[in-house]
Design a protein around this ligand. Structure first.
Ligand code: ATP
Ligand code: MG
Length: 255
């Protein structure tokens, strides 16, 4: 049966789309049939992260009932299937986000996992996304405002009977002013399932219109996402530890 997992967190800019694209890519690497859906209908950017911002048919057309979801499903070079949203201003008109649940259930071929990239906030758009899924993966940063928003998101999801898989603590750099993973766990009430460091390679990969895993497959951030993917899919994978030499090279910005 297909697992429908929303990637959300309440706060804008915490890394939801980054997690969706990299996690989806990592799942595909493991041979898992994964689909990523851009349910951020007002500010979609999953297409940018995966290299193709403009698609002829998008989720907006599907929600307007002008196309079937199979027509808005594209195959990325990794094998990952992508359902992008439309980026034009016209796409903001006449869409029915409340149809999201029905159209996602039409996804062809019963994929193993559908990852739904949510809009920020807890407005209708984000709530419809939560409603369309069975599971929630929270994304937060190590600061109080984003953790507070993640907590609100998880409470709403739990009230709706959505299973919370845990929290991805993104943009972690271990500085004194940051909340620690333990503090985030205590506050959100769910385990931190992955700590993704603040690294320029994330921005570089987005500029290069691809995932970190594609851009720098051996980077420790790529291994982090593989570890998260394996965890979610119930596979065995040991995240390679970074030796002292590698950490030194990272500090110098060397590959
Ligand atoms: N681990 C990281 N290290 C460095 N920069 C990061 C990291 N994760 C995300 N970023 C930066 O943060 C920006 C925002 O990330 P992203 O678009 O994934 O957030 P979002 O939560 O989806 O935002 P929105 O709420 O607007 O949809 C990225 O463009 C990237 O520059
Ligand atoms: Mg986003």
């Amino acid at each position: 049966m297909t697992r429908l997992i929303t990637v959300s967190g309440g706060k804008g800019g915490v890394g939801k789309t980054t997690v969706t694209s990299n996690l989806g890519y990592a799942l595909s690497e493991f041979g898992i049939d994964a689909v990523v859906v851009d349910a951020n209908l007002t500010n979609p950017n999953l297409g940018f992260h995966l290299g193709v911002p403009l698609y002829p048919v998008t989720l907006h057309d599907v929600l307007r009932d002008d196309a079937h979801i199979t027509e808005a499903t594209y195959v990325h070079n990794s094998g990952l299937r992508v359902v992008p949203a439309g980026i034009s201003v016209d796409d903001l008109k006449d869409t029915s986000p409340e149809r999201l649940k029905d159209v996602i259930h039409d996804t062809v071929g019963e994929p193993d996992i559908v990852l739904i990239d949510s809009a920020a906030g807890l407005g209708n758009e984000a709530l419809n996304t939560l409603e369309a899924s069975d599971e929630l993966l929270l994304v937060t940063n190590p600061d109080l405002p984003s953790v507070t928003d993640a907590l609100k998101t998880s409470s709403i999801a739990e009230e709706a009977g959505t299973h919370v898989l845990g929290t991805v603590l993104n943009r972690h750099s271990g500085q004194d002013h940051e909340l620690t993973p333990e503090e985030v766990e205590d506050m959100v009430g769910h385990p931190v399932v992955s700590v993704v460091p603040e690294e320029d390679v994330v921005k570089q990969s987005i500029t290069n219109k691809t995932t970190v895993l594609d851009h720098e497959p051996d980077h420790h951030v790529s291994h982090k996402f593989r570890g998260l993917a394996a965890d979610i899919a119930g596979l065995d994978y040991e995240v390679p530890s970074r030796g002292m030499f590698q950490r030194f090279k990272d500090m110098l910005g060397l590959k």
